[in-house]
Design a binder for this molecule. Structure first.
Ligand code: SF4
Ligand code: SF4
Ligand code: FES
Length: 955
């Protein structure tokens, strides 16, 4: 630490750190635009001007930009100096010269950094009365809106989009004094982090187009801390609601996890909560010949009570997309031995293997922030840009670590962004990517390697052997692969923070084990290696930690004379092949589905109960690093407000939607007379922690419902929340009582504690004078560092450092192409492969369509050219765990897209994928509209044939 003097008073500061950052960390309100804690400084806007003095005697000083000055010991500066103030005010004035007077109709209004800075600078009157420069606004696709006239040329957008996120299609286009930030022509922004422009841009140029479609003023949003449910990384979010509709998602800073940024799937997938596919009231049929009919909550529970009280044997199937508490409640309802995880045997084996490796191995799993610090990385088998997008963004930062040494040697501080990038040029640190096909982060890779899972595993095992000769040796590897493995081993060995990333995305246990071998070989050499596995869903790891069998074992149990199948938040047809699921469902006398969306499995249920979606419930999720994080209910899904327009006391009639765990509790009450087992989420969490010791830390993921600050709860509504009476004035002129929250320390109200709550309970970032997302600075002790009080999340998995782990010995045989057959590989897509986000219109518009991918040479050998269609016949094969013999045609008209299915034959448009290995083909993983293919475990072997135009498929 060092001492700096601001307006003649001494303050502690970090030596050499960015002076603007230090001033903000000390709590000064110093205006800025172009600087950003994640992007560093370029000195473009001139807004952060201060006076710097040579010494105590210097009364004149000189204007400098705080963001371009280092905090050196003894430095004397003034923020309050009249000339500095005047300079900053004049910057605001010139930036406003061309800025439109459209705050009242601007989507950014109310949380605009430009508004805040203009007020902070005291710029009140507009002296300029001339014509303003105007621009064409572009259509940038369904997610981001463009209003270029509001631009202040700070360059933050292009710096984030191009330099931080690797996008290429947005740029600063310059002609004379006109600088245009946009694409070369209208069109969808290509980068999967484009939504961050909405928060990065300090004005209303880039705004959230999905919010625009159901716009509400930002201060009228009810918000709560939440966690993204669209992949396994657990990025922290702030969803906002008004009038019972979820309106948007914003980033919730967590210094260890997502930092300042979300991917577009996580930001825009929220609209599934408003989707027409929601289950909003109980549905019931007394026998399977009837259609499901709407029923009252009481009627549905009564029916369930009758079913259960007859002594029926119940089996429960949980879900990796449901919370720990919901899964545990089901486990309690059905009993531990009757609880199954709702995951196929193959996937459960993979997840169990990941969990076992993380628990028993010597390597740590890094947080996303720690991934950014890795200086040599091997990605083995996982297309992270599509399966865990925010991890891909972290890797874009990690490749800067080694080249940054060049800048350090030249004495350039790392916050001096432009100078650092000039020094580094196009240098990238070592990043090796071994995957099934090309990925969107290949542009920063040192080397890439393509192959089917067996070849990826063999490469990984060879790297491990090159690091430690005791690790098993792979016979018969090509010279090229041998040489590559040696080169990768050298770079990992030489690194200070080597990192191995893998996952279950390519569906192969040997790949998971090979990644462990590489990491363990590094650990055995005394290197501080880290190991990161990608898991597919928001609670994949948490569900696995709960314990329970696979879908296949559930089928055995059903056949063993169970009566009732209770399924939690799970479309089983996405998990396993249709034949298995059909058999499982057919074996049950009664099927009870508790979910928030309708799908192929709920269509076969006898009772469907409306579960709360993430924004309507509280719970705990465990991300891929084993971090337990609490998400909080944003709003109560209301039924209706009942009352007389002149009456005194309107009544809020709750809707039928409730948390899954509450449905289980109610079923236990009606079925077993199990009164009062749980009255709040805390009761369920405590029972779960007591029953499963490894989950005990979930108790500390957030304060309990009894937590108060100054005796008050934390309000979900801002102090400017408006219209609370008017919004129900058509029913009564009196304001209904706000819903009570028994489960958390948050209140569905604008009344409550006005200060800073603990980090896991922060419902929004706001501070006096700071209405934009930049108010976050006030919630950090050190701007850019962790949240004051520590970043949220409790670790559930602690590795054993120094432990010697035994290597996995299984060496898969090398891949042999087959004559007339192709190995079908799963290709993941950020838009389309995930079940819930695809229900959001914006994501659906960008979703990939069904296809079959081949490399051009294989396609040509089959006589296929661009625009052709391919007939795929999947071959049932034991070793590929595919069994489609009894597959049923089950493609609905509305989701069939370009696919036609008959039994196990599929007709798909051809797509070229040049990097697929000869003898392999690709299919989009998890895509709705792939019919029975959606649940088939890939890789699997299949036959391909050209479909002659205008002809039917051959059977
Ligand atoms: S569009 Fe926004 S972020 Fe980009 S230069 Fe203009 S004001 Fe800055
Ligand atoms: S990376 Fe995953 S968790 Fe993060 S925002 Fe995207 S989908 Fe959500
Ligand atoms: S913030 Fe310092 S010049 Fe822009």
């Amino acid at each position: 630490m060092t001492t700096i003097h601001i307006d003649n008073r001494p303050y502690p500061a970090k030596d050499g750190e960015n002076l603007l950052q230090e001033c903000l960390s000390l709590g000064f309100n110093l205006p800025y635009f172009c600087w950003h804690p994640a992007l560093g400084a370029v000195g473009a806007c001139r807004q952060c001007a201060i006076k710097q003095f040579k010494n105590e005697e210097d009364k004149h000083g000189k204007i400098v930009m705080a963001c371009m000055t280092a905090a050196k010991d003894g430095i004397r500066i003034s923020i309050d100096d009249p000339e500095a103030r005047e300079f900053r005010a004049s910057v605001a004035e010139w930036l406003m010269v061309n800025h439109p007077h459209d705050c009242p109709v601007c989507d950014e209004g109310g949380e605009c950094h430009l508004q805040d800075m203009t007020v902070m600078n005291g710029h009140i009157y507009r002296r300029y009365h001339g014509r303003k420069r105007t621009f064409h606004n572009q259509n940038l696709g369904p997610l981001v809106n463009h209003e270029m006239n509001r631009c202040i040329q700070c360059y933050r957008c292009t710096r984030f989009y191009r330099e931080y996120a690797g996008g290429r299609d947005l740029d600063a286009l310059v002609l004379r004094n006109q600088v245009y930030f946009g694409r070369h022509e209208d069109g969808v922004l290509e980068n999967e982090f484009s939504g961050n422009l909405v928060e990065i841009c300090p004005t209303g140029v880039f705004t959230d187009k999905t919010l625009k479609r159901h716009y509400t003023r930002k201060w009228d949003l009810q918000t709560a801390p939440s966690v993204c449910v669209h992949c396994g990384l657990g990025c922290n979010t702030i969803p906002g609601e008004r009038y019972g509709t979820l309106r948007r998602i914003r980033n919730r800073f967590n210094g260890a996890v997502n930092g300042y940024f979300l991917c577009d799937r996580g930001r825009y997938g929220y609209e599934f909560v408003n989707s027409g596919r929601r289950v909003r009231q109980p549905l019931l049929r007394k026998n399977r010949t009837q259609l499901l009919q709407p029923a009252s909550k009481r009627g549905a529970l009564q029916h369930l009570g009758e079913m259960l009280s007859a002594g029926a044997r119940v089996i429960g199937i949980g879900s990796p997309r449901a919370s720990i508490e919901a899964n545990f409640a089901l486990r309690t309802l059905v009993g531990r031995d009757q609880f199954y995880l709702g995951i196929s045997e193959r996937d459960l084996r993979l997840l169990a293997s990941v969990l076992d490796i993380l628990k028993k191995g010597p390597a740590r799993t890094p947080s996303l922030h720690e991934v950014e610090l890795a200086d040599a990385v091997l990605v083995l088998g996982e297309d992270v840009a599509n399966t865990a997008p925010r991890l891909g963004l972290a890797l874009r930062q990690s490749v800067r670590r080694q080249p940054e040494e060049i800048a350090k040697k030249m004495g350039i501080p790392l916050w001096n962004d432009h100078a650092v990038r000039e020094a580094m040029q196009e240098e990238h640190g070592p990043l090796f990517i071994a995957t099934l096909a090309n990925t969107r982060i290949d542009d920063i890779a040192t080397r890439t390697f393509r192959g089917p899972p067996a070849e990826l595993a063999r490469l990984g095992l060879t790297i491990a052997h090159a690091l430690d000769p005791i690790a098993p040796q792979v016979p018969g590897l090509s010279n090229t692969a041998q040489a590559l493995a040696g080169a990768i081993a050298e770079k990992l060995k030489a690194a200070e923070r080597p990192l191995v990333i893998s996952g279950i995305g390519c569906g192969d246990k040997a790949v998971v084990e090979a990644a462990a071998n590489v990491t363990w070989a590094l650990c055995n050499m005394g290197r501080p290696a880290e190991l990161c596995y990608v898991v597919p869903e928001c609670n994949s790891l948490g569900a696995t930690m709960l314990g329970g069998g696979s879908l296949e074992t559930a089928l055995e149990a059903m056949n063993d004379a169970a009566d009732i199948l209770v399924i939690l938040e799970n479309d089983l047809y996405r998990r396993a092949d249709a034949a298995l699921v059909d058999r499982l469902l057919a074996a049950a006398r009664h099927i009870v589905m508790i979910d928030h969306i309708k799908h192929a499995t709920s269509a076969k249920a006898d009772v469907v109960l409306p579960a709360a979606a993430f924004a309507e419930a509280d719970g705990t999720l465990v991300n891929n690093e084993g971090r337990a994080q609490r998400f909080f209910q944003v709003f109560v899904p209301r039924g209706e407000i009942e009352g007389d327009i002149r009456g005194d006391t309107p009544r809020d009639i709750p809707g039928d939607i409730q948390e899954s765990w509450r449905w289980m509790r109610d079923i236990m009450v009606v079925g077993r007379g199990d009164e009062g087992q749980w009255s709040s989420l805390d009761d369920v969490t405590a029972a779960c922690a007591a029953a499963i010791p490894s989950l005990e830390p979930i108790l500390r993921a957030a304060p309990s419902a009894a937590f108060r600050m100054d005796g008050q709860k934390i309000p979900r509504e801002s102090h400017r929340y408006s219209g609370r009476t008017a919004m129900h004035a058509n029913v009564s002129i009196h304001e209904p009582e706000q819903p009570q929250d028994l489960d958390t320390a948050l209140a569905f109200s604008m009344e409550g504690y006005a200060g800073h709550p603990p980090p896991s309970l922060i419902p929004r970032f706001w501070a006096p004078g700071w209405n934009s997302i930049q108010a976050l600075n006030k919630f950090q002790d050190e701007v850019g560092g962790p949240l004051s009080g520590g970043d949220p999340g409790e670790p559930l998995i602690e590795p054993t450092p120094g432990k010697k782990a035994a290597y996995f010995e299984n060496i898969p045989a090398g891949f042999e192409p087959r004559v007339g057959e192709w190995l079908l590989l799963p290709l993941h897509h950020i838009f389309g492969s995930e079940e819930l986000s695809i229900l959001a219109p914006g994501i659906a518009e960008l979703s990939v369509q069904p296809y079959l991918a081949l490399n051009p040479e294989d396609a040509s050998n089959l006589g296929l050219t661009a625009g052709d269609e391919v007939q795929l016949r999947l071959r049932p094969e034991a070793d590929a765990q595919v069994d489609v013999k009894d597959a049923q045609v089950d493609v609905k008209a509305d989701d069939s897209a370009n696919v036609t299915t008959t039994a196990e034959i599929f007709r798909l448009p051809l797509r070229f994928e040049p990097e697929l290995l000869h003898g392999t083909a690709g299919l989009p993983a998890g895509l709705t509209g792939m019919g029975n293919l959606g649940g088939v475990a890939l890789p699997a072997w299949g036959e391909l044939k050209k479909v002659e135009k205008g002809k039917q498929m051959e059977g």
